[in-house]
Design a binder for this molecule. Structure first.
Ligand code: NAP
Length: 359
């Protein structure tokens, strides 16, 4: 683990280091904000120089505006996936939790924390209107839990897991569920919800350390390390009854292999395909044959189409955490300037649970 990276484990763990020094300062006169500017479209795996850290001076806020300072920032696979459509020479996109330092907008009072798509920037002046489909939200009280969970299990990834698992494929007690990307932000929540719903859960991920966490802490029934084990034969050994439901975070050959092990009328939630984000995807075994022969149902979904169920998902995940039924882990990188390191580390599989940056 890099020395700038920490782990938040479970409800009881503490952050192991003091808050990093602030990157910018605020005075009554001006704020110097730091932000990462998207300079070069990613070509394959993101490289140094594609994003450049710059500074800019922010003006004083006007009526209707507020000034927010980033506290936690999210790094996510979608930032690589949709990067080809992002404009160059602008602040790179993304979500953060920020504290309101100054306000001339009564809906966003000073001292409140917001979840917002402000991008990779330390300070933001906002008029309170979101620039993307997700509204700027004042964070609710999590009853003593860390605010950073608003980027993970109590935020988009928790919402994605809740909707993608429960709504898209409606699993039943006793069914056998396979989750890929199982030790990541979405996958680790999906597997636990599946256990809560009485399913047998097999997780697929890229290291034995992740497997130990999944089986010993999160109580997954089985784990497959796709880097060291043959997914097909191991899955046949762990699920001789076949697979009823597959939550797919990775796409590629892992997913073709799992789909061939599905039972008739098996279902798939197609959540993401991170195995192809950096290189456009390798040649994989076609799945049309089992799709038709076994009358499978594969359904893609976007969490943004389900924002009307946001509060329900967050409230239920929070309740499960408070009841001790849902655990979380955060891989925390210290320092706003380390955003790019945290991002590429997550793409390489360095995270367990949600990857975030503490500004
Ligand atoms: P995450 O799983 O926390 O982090 C990404 C993980 O992907 C890494 O830790 C790594 O774990 C794995 N990975 C990287 N390259 C891989 C490869 N070639 N093959 C297999 N695994 C690979 O990220 P997340 O935020 O939870 O997102 C998981 C998936 O859900 C992504 O595909 C993302 O795009 C998707 N997503 C979709 C929606 C939606 O609305 N549909 C919303 C959120 C996220 P290993 O060590 O296991 O390789």
């Amino acid at each position: 683990m890099n020395n700038h990276k920490l782990a938040h484990i479970g409800i009881s763990s503490n952050i192991r280091a003091a808050c990093a020094s602030k990157l910018s300062y605020i005075s009554t006169i001006m704020v110097r904000a730091k932000h990462f500017v998207y300079k070069k479209h990613f070509d394959g795996f993101p490289k140094d120089g594609d994003l450049v850290l710059e500074e800019e001076e922010l003006p004083a806020i006007k009526d209707g505006e507020f000034l927010a300072e980033a506290v936690y920032l999210s790094v996510d696979p979608y930032m690589r996936k949709y990067a080809p459509w992002q404009p160059l020479n602008k602040t790179f996109y993304g979500r953060q939790i920020a504290v309101i330092k100054d306000s001339k907008n009564s809906k966003f009072p000073k001292g409140q924390h917001v979840l917002a798509s402000f991008g990779w920037r330390s300070h933001t002046i906002s008029d309170g209107v979101s620039k993307d489909p997700f509204p700027i939200k004042i964070l609710p009280d999590y009853g003593g839990l860390p605010l950073s969970l608003g980027l993970g299990v109590l935020g988009h990834t928790g919402h994605t897991a809740y909707i993608g698992f429960l709504e898209i494929s409606q699993p039943k007690v006793g069914e056998t569920v396979v989750v890929s990307g199982a030790a990541g932000a979405v996958g680790s929540i999906v597997g636990q919800i599946a256990k809560i719903k009485g399913c047998k859960v097999i997780g697929i991920a890229g290291s034995d350390k992740k497997g130990k966490w999944l089986t010993e802490e999160l109580k997954f029934d089985r784990f497959i390390n796709y880097k060291t084990q043959d997914v097909k034969t191991t899955l046949q050994e762990f699920a001789p009854e076949g697979v009823d439901y597959y939550f797919d975070n990775v796409g590629g050959e892992i997913s073709s292999t799992v789909i061939y092990q599905l039972n008739p009328h098996g279902r798939v939630s197609a959540c993401g395909s991170i195995s192809e984000y950096n290189d456009g995807g390798q040649k994989v075994t076609p799945i049309y044959f089992p799709l038709v022969a076994k009358e499978l149902k594969i359904e893609g979904f976007q969490s943004r189409s389900w924002y009307h169920r946001w509060d329900e998902a967050v409230a239920q995940n929070l309740k499960w955490i408070q009841e001790g039924k849902l655990k979380y882990n955060e891989t925390v990188t210290e320092g706003f300037e380390n955003m790019f390191v945290a991002f590429t580390d997550m793409l390489r599989g360095g995270n367990i649970g949600k990857a975030i940056v503490k500004a």
